[in-house]
Design a binder for this molecule. Structure first.
Ligand SMILES: C[S@@+](CC[C@H](N)C(=O)[O-])C[C@H]1O[C@@H](n2cnc3c(N)ncnc32)[C@H](O)[C@@H]1O
Length: 199
């Protein structure tokens, strides 16, 4: 299953992003809300906001929030290109597997930098375009959906998901263009990478 394949990767990002008791956390490209809700549960004193461009995803996230009865998390529609928040309003920003979809990643990172408080941190993770065929094969063993034939799934992973993404150095360069000069590339489980950007 898909979540089994990414479980350790999600755990690593969520745990790193929660260090130091942040009070306000923003999740950009929150999708169905799984990561935002886990961040909220792991940081009960924090207020977590998940935004996503797709209204369908915001509805799904709100459904999950209700089902899991999480009170310290809200979801709203929003575009990473123009975040609907004022300057310095978050201690942390998290974005998992979303930035490869943004039309202008430097604009999105510059928006993230704007809404972070001074010395606030962003945790941006993505599928690694430079992952080796062996790493992708190992990952695809755990990444199965009953409705997609295995070989087709591997093709999609290689050519669509990973092939259209970035590698860590490419994204670090883009982060530099967005004004982040303090960037650490952090290893995470699986064929992914995490950038920790400090304002
Ligand atoms: C692959 S999903 C990842 C969802 C979630 N972060 C996760 O890891 O489970 C990518 C999400 O990014 C959202 N997205 C794409 N472009 C966006 C944009 N410009 N602004 C906000 N969200 C965007 C999509 O709607 C989608 O829900």
């Amino acid at each position: 299953m898909i979540f089994k394949a990414v479980a350790n990767y999600f755990d690593a990002v969520i745990s790193l992003a929660g260090k130091g008791a942040p009070a306000r956390i923003l999740d950009v490209g929150a999708g169905g809300g799984v990561v935002s809700l886990r961040l909220a549960k792991a940081n009960p004193d924090a207020a977590v906001v998940g935004i996503d461009y797709a209204l369908r995803q915001v509805r799904a996230a709100n459904w999950l929030k209700k089902k899991e009865q999480v009170l310290n998390c809200t979801f709203q529609q929003g575009n990473a290109m123009a975040l609907p928040f004022s300057e310095a309003s978050f201690d942390r920003v998290v974005s998992i597997n979303s930035i490869k979809h943004w039309p202008d990643p430097a604009q999105g990172l510059s928006e993230i930098r704007r809404v972070l408080r001074p010395r606030g941190q962003a945790f941006i993770s993505e599928a690694d375009r430079s992952a080796s065929p062996e790493e992708l094969l190992a990952f695809s063993e755990n990444y199965r959906a009953w409705y997609i034939w295995g070989a087709l799934m591997r093709w999609i992973l290689r050519n669509v998901v990973f092939g259209k993404s970035y590698n860590a150095l490419e994204l670090k360069t883009i982060a530099g263009r967005a004004g982040f000069s303090d960037t650490v590339i952090q290893a995470v489980p699986g064929p992914f990478f995490l950038l920790v950007l400090t304002k």
